[in-house]
Write a protein that binds this ligand. Structure first.
Ligand code: NAD
Length: 352
């Protein structure tokens, strides 16, 4: 194999390990900050209040209005809370929704970010921010968006609901799979992607059996970090574009949409990217799309877009949208083949 690549690493400080949340005050101080606004979703407000108290004099208060897809009007409220609290940094406690809000603040005022990641979505290690305004989702990228410090404490994930754990874990695996065939991939992202896939492949069935087992949770979080790192380093293709289209235009939930589409998008690209996908295919029994479908099914993951509320009559429009905006993919984007892929994913059929 000949090597020819450019690799830019994302600078970030990662603290990984059960109990690592205890070190958060030191991390805030190391950043040179003195007043941290703690962010969360409304359902995690109590945890955020506890964290604010744990920060002692460094805690500047809680803003618990984070929601999915980072609406700009919520960011504006959070910016006002940041100023009212005289904060000089943010601590985001949660998954991609909360982390997105922290990134949106930092994008506007360059506030340092400490992230305590509690799902497997991976946003904490990417310099990418997706935000929505007037029903339109746009993506921006930049150094200010990348969080400075990430704390991965698996103890905080023991109560992540099982269904969310499974779909979020499959969401993470999608980053790694698309990273394997990314146009701008490099040897390091390939190694990271395979380690991430192996770790989640082992961890997710264990979590289904024993959701509160710390070792399985730690393995899943480790895999999520690796898969997120791939997402932050290389460009994504069909799978992420399709999920973006379905999330943005039909308001489908993020992790579930990823989980359902992954076997189908992997099958779509399996032949065109056979060489680089070979290690992943062998991890899933030789046939990547079918293997992923069986794996997702064995975890009890949703398999049909119909179950998320997408109407069959929307499939033509979704296929048109996915094919209308050209982007790189190992196999050319063929409108009719995408329509067929969507039909199978809608009904929950095994990919071909
Ligand atoms: P989420 O952050 O919305 O979390 C899902 C739910 O789980 C929320 O209600 C949350 O409060 C709850 N939760 C989170 N951690 C918990 C825990 N440990 N215990 C119990 N409940 C917990 O969902 P997500 O899938 O993590 O993130 C989705 C969002 O992130 C989307 O908006 C997506 O676009 C974005 N995202 C962005 C990137 C990026 O690189 N920019 C990457 C991945 C996802």
């Amino acid at each position: 194999m000949s090597h020819d690549f450019v690799y830019t690493a994302n600078p970030a400080r990662i603290l990984f390990g059960p109990g690592s949340l205890a070190r958060i005050a030191d991390e805030v101080r190391l950043l040179g900050c003195r007043r941290a606004l703690v962010l969360s979703t409304s359902s995690r407000r109590e945890d955020a209040e506890r964290l604010n108290a744990q920060l002692g004099e460094l805690g500047a208060g809680v803003f618990s209005g984070a929601v999915m897809h980072t609406p700009v009007h919520v960011t504006e409220q959070a910016m006002a809370a940041f100023e009212d609290a005289a904060a000089d940094c943010v601590v985001a406690l949660g998954g991609g929704s909360t982390i997105g809000l922290g990134k949106a603040i930092a994008y506007r005022n360059d506030a340092p970010q400490v992230v305590v990641a509690t799902t497997y979505a991976g946003s904490e290690v990417t310099p990418i921010l997706g935000q929505t305004e007037n029903g339109l989702k746009t993506t921006v990228k930049g150094a200010a968006i990348l969080p400075e410090v990430v704390i991965y404490d698996a103890e905080l994930t023991l109560g992540l609901p099982l269904a969310t754990s499974v779909t979020s874990g499959l969401n993470a695996m999608a980053h790694a799979l698309e990273g394997l065939y990314a146009k701008d991939r490099n040897p390091l992202t390939g190694l990271i992607a395979m380690e991430g896939l192996r770790s989640l492949k082992q961890a997710l069935p264990a979590i289904v059996e024993r959701p509160r087992e710390l070792q399985a949770r730690s393995d899943a979080l480790y895999g999520a970090w690796l898969c997120g790192t791939v997402l932050g380093s290389v460009g994504m293709a069909l799978h992420h574009k399709l999920c973006h289209t379905l999330g943005g235009s039909f308001d489908l939930p993020h992790a579930e949409t990823h989980a359902i589409l992954l076997p189908h998008t992997a099958a779509y690209n399996a032949q065109a990217a056979a060489e680089v996908l070979a290690p992943a295919a062998s991890l899933f029994g030789g046939e990547l799309g079918g293997g992923l479908y069986d794996f997702a099914g064995s975890l009890g993951a949703p398999l049909a877009l119909a179950a998320l509320g997408l109407r069959e009559s929307d499939l033509d429009k979704a296929a048109d949208l996915a094919a209308s905006n050209p982007y790189w993919n190992p196999r050319p984007i063929e409108r009719d083949a995408i329509r067929e892929l969507l039909q199978r994913a809608w009904s929950g059929a095994r990919p071909r």
